[in-house]
Ligand binder design. Structure first.
Ligand code: 13P
Ligand code: SF4
Length: 327
């Protein structure tokens, strides 16, 4: 018997949703964007005030494509460091700025390049598949990159005789291994935010919304993924939420995603997946970006992403392979 809900669930509804007028800071950003010939790319986990004025809002895969096609002098990347770094790897001649350079990622931190280099040395011939949530140094040591949107597809394309190491997310890796029936060695990393969702926290919420389907990100732990009606990347969540007959949907990922869903899908209620201690789940790194920091980044073209050219060139190879393989 699930426990009674003892908190107010976070529900973001698109019923009757209307855009707020732009604020002075948002307007300043749009003016600076023109002046600097910039493009604004934002991840689905950014706050609504950022998503509202971005040229493109998407998941890591969509953002990688947009970055590779960007026709601008400046890319203002509203996401976390590894995402902006990826934009720089594919755009060495452009200025890539991130509103807050401290916006990191626990997954990326869990796999330092030196540790991966040591593993490869001890296990020669290993084929490394790196989830895009990793540093340029790790990408430079990898054979192919994947995102949560194409991971299974990428792994399927690897020749059957390869001994594959999947870094750095063990949860995504475990999910991909199941999807593809391929044997993967898993790096022991995880997203500190997604592992906070539990079966207990979801069952408690679902008791209040019995008909609501659950859509979860593959970075969640296995028992949560098993409970979900659908497991997919943030971009694919849009398709799931559009197509389901249900008006209420429980969305088990970072809560910024609800902003994107509300803006693009009308007439539905998006209920944030809760943790055991909170009605929703924010990534502290994603939420370091603010509109004020965006404005200042554009004004001063700083903080800028800088990369050693030798690393950039090596990191470009597996990214290009991913972009080619998943077109
Ligand atoms: P997506 O691949 O769905 O964009 O997710 C990225 C991420 O950081 C999830 O925590
Ligand atoms: Fe990294 Fe998790 Fe934040 Fe995504 S949600 S950026 S995986 S810490």
């Amino acid at each position: 018997m699930p426990e009674v809900l003892d908190y107010q669930p976070l529900i973001i509804s698109s019923k009757g949703f209307e855009e707020e007028p732009l604020t002075t800071v948002q307007q300043e950003i749009l003016d600076l964007k023109k002046e600097k010939n910039a493009i604004i790319l934002a991840h689905n986990y950014q706050v609504d005030a950022i998503q509202r004025i971005a040229d493109y809002v998407g998941d890591s895969l969509g953002l990688s494509y947009k970055a590779s096609e960007a026709d601008a002098d400046v890319i203002l990347f509203c996401g976390v460091h590894f995402m902006a770094e990826t934009a720089k790897i594919v755009n060495p001649d452009k200025t890539v700025i991130l509103p807050d350079l401290e916006a990191g990622c626990s997954l990326s931190d869990s796999c330092p390049a030196e540790k991966l280099a040591a593993y490869k040395e001890a296990n020669p011939g290993t084929y490394v598949v790196a989830y895009i949530n990793c540093s340029a140094g790790v990408k430079a040591l990898s054979d192919v990159i994947c995102t949560s949107g194409n991971a299974a597809e990428i792994v399927q394309r690897i020749p059957k005789d390869k001994d594959i190491l999947f870094v750095p997310d063990q949860n995504l890796g475990q999910w991909v291994a199941k999807q593809t029936s391929r044997k993967l060695k898993l790096w022991p990393g995880c997203c500190y935010a997604h592992v906070l969702f539990t079966v207990q926290s979801l069952e408690k919420l679902r008791a209040k919304f019995p008909g609501a389907p659950i859509v979860a990100h593959p970075e969640c732990i296995e028992t949560v993924r098993d409970l979900a009606d659908e497991v997919c990347s943030t971009e694919k969540m849009l398709g799931f939420c559009k197509n389901t007959q249900s008006e209420d949907i429980i969305v088990v990922t970072e809560s910024g995603m609800l902003n994107r869903l509300r803006r693009e899908i009308s007439g539905k209620n998006f209920i944030a997946g809760p943790t055991d201690t909170c009605a929703c789940n924010d990534c502290r790194f994603m939420k370091m970006n603010t509109v004020e920091k965006m404005r200042d980044a554009l004004k001063y073209l700083s903080p800028e992403i800088e990369l050693k050219e030798s690393i950039r060139q090596k990191a470009f190879v597996p990214i290009k392979r991913m972009l080619d393989w998943s077109r």
